[in-house]
Design a protein around this ligand. Structure first.
Ligand SMILES: Nc1ncnc2c1ncn2[C@@H]1O[C@H](COP(=O)(O)OP(=O)(O)O)[C@@H](O)[C@H]1O
Ligand SMILES: [Mg+2]
Length: 252
C-alpha cells in the first residue's frame, strides 16, 4: 500500500483571480484510503482547493493529479463527472422547488449508465442510508440529517471514490453531527473511499481523520499527524490555531 500511487496530488498549484492570488504554490498528496482534514481560518483557501480537485475550478498553474493522471493538461481538462470525485457542501445546492430525488440525480449527470441502473443504485443507497420513501420531499420537508444523507448519495454516484466534504455538518445539531460522522466513516471504509474533510469543528476532524493539512492565506503551513502539529508546530500560528479552535469549542 505504501508504494501505491497517490490518489490525489496537487503540485505547485496556484490560483489567481482578478482580485489577487488566492492559492500560492499548494503541494500535497493524499494516499488511497486516507481520511485527511483540510483546516485553516476562513478565507484560507479550503473550499477553493476542494473545487480544484473536483474540477469546478481550473488552476492558473501547477498540476492536479488523480490516480496519477494529470487532470488539467493543456489540451485535456477533465470535467467534474470524469474525475471520480463527489463534493458535499454545507449549502447543498438544493432548490426550494426541487425534490430530493432530482437533487440526487443531478449528481449522476455525465455518468455513463442506463436510467434503470441509476435508479436501482439510488434506491439501494436510499435503503442503506434510511431515507427511502422521502425522495419526493422538498428540502424544507427534510431534517438536516436527511438532507445530508441525500447529499452523500449524490456525491457517491458509481465510480466516485473520492469524497470531498466542505463543512457538510455545520447546519446540524451535535447529535446529528455525531451520527453523520459515524455514517461517513462507515461509508469510507465499506466503499474504499479517499476522503478530504473540511470543518470548523476540530474535534470532529480529529475523530474522523488521521492526518491534517493546515492552510492560511492560500498556503500550506504544515501537514502531518495531529501529534506532529501539536508537538512539532512549525510556527506559532499552528499552536495558536489548534488552541484557538479548542477554546472556541469550549465557550460555545
Ligand atoms: N471566484 C472567486 N473570485 C475571486 N476570489 C475568490 C473566488 N473564490 C475564492 N476566492 C478567494 O479565495 C480565497 C479563499 O477562498 P475559500 O477557498 O472560499 O476560503 P475558505 O478557506 O474559507 O473555504 C478567499 O480570499 C476568497 O475571497
Ligand atoms: Mg470555505
Amino acid at each position: 500500500m505504501s508504494d501505491a500511487l497517490p490518489k490525489i496530488e496537487l503540485i505547485r498549484v496556484v490560483k489567481r483571480f482578478e482580485t489577487g492570488t488566492a492559492l500560492h504554490d499548494i503541494t500535497f498528496s493524499v494516499k488511497p484510503g486516507e481520511r485527511v482534514a483540510l483546516l485553516g481560518p476562513s478565507g484560507a483557501g479550503k473550499s477553493l482547493t476542494l473545487r480544484l480537485i473536483a474540477g469546478l475550478e481550473k488552476p492558473t498553474s501547477g498540476q492536479v493529479r488523480i490516480d496519477g493522471r494529470l487532470m488539467n493538461a493543456l489540451r485535456r481538462f477533465f470535467a467534474p463527472s470524469r474525475r471520480g470525485t463527489g463534493l458535499v457542501t454545507q449549502d447543498m445546492p438544493l432548490h426550494p422547488q426541487r425534490d430530493a430525488l432530482a437533487f440526487v440525480r443531478s449528481g449522476f449527470r455525465g455518468k455513463k449508465m442506463s436510467s434503470e441502473d441509476r435508479n436501482r443504485y439510488i434506491h439501494e443507497m436510499m435503503d442503506r442510508l434510511e431515507v427511502a420513501g422521502k425522495e419526493r420531499r422538498l428540502p424544507h420537508q427534510l431534517s438536516g440529517g436527511e438532507r445530508g444523507r441525500f447529499a452523500l448519495i449524490r456525491a457517491l454516484a458509481p465510480g466516485n471514490r473520492i469524497l470531498l466534504l466542505d463543512e457538510p455538518l455545520s447546519a446540524l445539531d451535535p447529535h446529528q453531527r455525531e451520527e453523520m460522522i459515524d455514517l461517513i466513516r462507515t461509508l469510507h471504509d465499506e466503499m474504499s473511499l479517499t476522503t478530504i474533510y473540511v470543518s470548523h469543528y476540530i474535534e470532529e476532524a480529529q475523530s474522523l481523520c488521521d492526518r491534517v493539512i493546515l492552510l492560511r492565506n492560500g498556503r500550506v503551513i504544515q501537514q502531518g499527524t495531529w501529534m506532529d502539529l501539536k508537538y512539532k508546530p512549525v510556527e506559532p500560528f499552528v499552536r495558536d490555531y489548534l488552541a484557538m479552535t479548542t477554546r472556541f469549542r469550549m465557550v460555545r
